[in-house]
Design a binder for this molecule. Sequence first.
Ligand code: C2E
Ligand code: CA
Ligand code: CA
Length: 769
Amino acid sequence: MWLDHVESSDAPQARIACALSSPGNAKLLRRLLTGRYQLTEAFDERLQDDDHSRFDIVLVDPLSLEYLRDRLRRYRERCSPVVLPVLLLVTGSQTPASWIRQELGHTVDDVLRIPATEIELTARVENMLRLRSLSLLQSATGRERDNVVRALRTLNTCDEILVRAREEEGLLARICQAIVATEGYRLAWIGFALDGPDRQLAIQASAGPARGYLDGVRVHWRSGVLASALQSRQTQVVTDITEDPERMLSSVRAREFNLRSVIVLPLPLHGGTLGCLVIYSEHVGHFDREPQQLLERLARNLCFGLRALHVYQESKRQAAEIRTLAYADSLTELPNRLSFLNHLRDRVTRWQEAGIAGAVLFIDLDSFKVVNDALGHQAGDQVLRWVGQRLRRLVRGSDVVARHGGDEFVVALSDVSRGRVRESDSVATKQAFQIKVQRIAERILQHLREPIRLGEHEHRQGASIGISLFPDHGDDADTLLERADTAMYEAKNGACGHICQFHGEILERRQQRLTLEGRLYQAIKSDQLTLHYQPIFRLDTLEITGVEALVRWPQPDGSLLSPAAFLPLAEETGMIVPLGEWVVATAARQLCAWRAAGHSLQMMVNLSVRQLHAAGEISGLADLVRPHVDPSAIEFEVTESALMPDPSTTEANLAALHAWGFRFAIDDFGTGYSSLSRIKDLPFQTLKIDRSFVSGSEHSGKGEAITRSIIQLARNLSLRTVGEGIETEQQCHFLREWGCEYGQGYWFSRPLPADDMARLLAAKVGRSV
Ligand code: C2E
Ligand code: CA
Ligand code: CA
């Protein structure tokens, strides 16, 4: 029973637990304290309770202290660092001072001797209470400080994760784990708001012992604390979930998982995405001001980190795309030149380390331009892709195949058949590898020549291959590639068949070619070339009906360089176009002079493939000629092989030139593979039988039969025939017999300088047959 005591106060009354064995003392206390404090008598039973904050102070007398000592001590320990003050009430002389001293500071904090006055008692009780509230205050600040420290630690850990993050995947999970691990939170999760009327939240990551809370729950933000946070974009806190059940998705489940308070931090992410970070604590009121501020900072950093990550990943993606573009050839999907060089550098290092041999093959497609021009770029692309695939299949997977650019491919081969080369057998091994590489190159050529269907055409792709060997021809990637290229160049010039292995002389020759190229360029520019003219005569009357203009290049030493020595170079470098124009203009001017002198001649001018295919130059040819003679005075000689590659352009250009008035002869007939039906449709007036048939004509047999049928064919097509390279009277005779009308050759006259030719014409020298 408690005494009534009048003392009004708004503050909650302090709670005093009384454990007094003497009913008299209890009564006294009740009288003095009731009203001012809340008194509890059944104190000893409640000591079992886990709640450590049920009482503010305890009053005991020696007897009950003896009885309660252990429990009281445990209880006080559990309260620590909050002090639960114990005041011992002793009656007069009843208790020995030594006993009291023993208890003081251990089980009790103060002693009051009764009887005592009310003032005395309340003063003591108030002191005890002050001690209690001071300790409470201190512990609260300590807890708060701990919370802040932990939140800071979380922030730092998360920042570190964010700074190191390179991928979004896994990052959010690590953040959740860090939050839970450093703070000891029950649960942390991150969700992204999904579009749609049902406002779902897709959980991206979660961590914590209460993760099961989310199992089977459809998380939405239509109502409750999640909705408030995401709509207002402001942090929301539920201090005590039990008190605020309607703000939770499921307060029942929250209780089940011991979730007592929650904080929801909205995350405005990149691209308008809205997310939230949600953290649950097992303590009521955990997310007070300071942890909240720190967690908000964490959320801000997380947003920033994710945005930065997004930018980083985007730029990484772009960089990868650029790299792919920079290192791969999009047409063939092979590595490109740059990538090949990188690969080759790695290979060379490996070859060096492993002491094995290696090789670089430089493959250049023959007449690829012609395919491109004749059949269109799509066909060209098809060939390049096909070649790429072929090459890839012809070498081992570990070898590198790349497109060097245009119609050039490169291959790096390693000699993996043998291990490290011992000094003693290195020569034999090298030779064996050299032979193997040569065979691979041959196999490549052979496979490339297999027919490819390009629309209605069947194409056989030729190629030239240059080879350089490691370590003989170079010990670094750049040199090896350059030397394989140089060797390819030689192969292209027919210096060593279609496959050429690098050797020292090549460099020398290449140097000479470079010099020659420069000199030829100068020669064309400064009008140093000259034309010789070889007469074409009637086989029956030996009357000169025309001349063939043949270019010569006078050298400083007085010698003349024949076309074979410089025309291939001019063809290759494109110098043939200005050279050809010069020939046409000079020949036309010369013809004009001879015609003025009364010689009715036809001028035969050789036209190269390149000139014939350069459609832009076609009308230019007429412009070059017309100031001097009518185009019909000029007959262009075109070889069979020049007709082959690009039939439609060739036909169009021939037709255009023919429309200007030019005439055409088919040169070196019999050496190519022209289809007769095709020639029939082209504007040819003359057929020149190749020298090889003429020189064999004396010896009857196969050559004779062919020559006869060529002449017959020309007749059928109403073409006049010129036998080329007549060196003997007998050849002249045969040809005439077989029906050939015209001839040209050393027997009649070698090609002559213009002056000599003029003299020949003037003399009208004829030879009797
Ligand atoms: P081509 O058009 O077949 O010219 C005939 C070649 O045969 C000339 O060689 C000529 O000197 C040679 N020849 C003539 N009669 C005989 C003979 O009885 N016996 C032998 N063994 N050879 C004879 P050339 O002048 O060295 O010209 C070689 C080739 O160079 C020409 O062959 C022609 O395809 C080309 N060529 C020459 N001048 C030009 C030119 O101005 N433009 C172009 N595009 N090509 C030219
Ligand atoms: Ca000719
Ligand atoms: Ca010829």
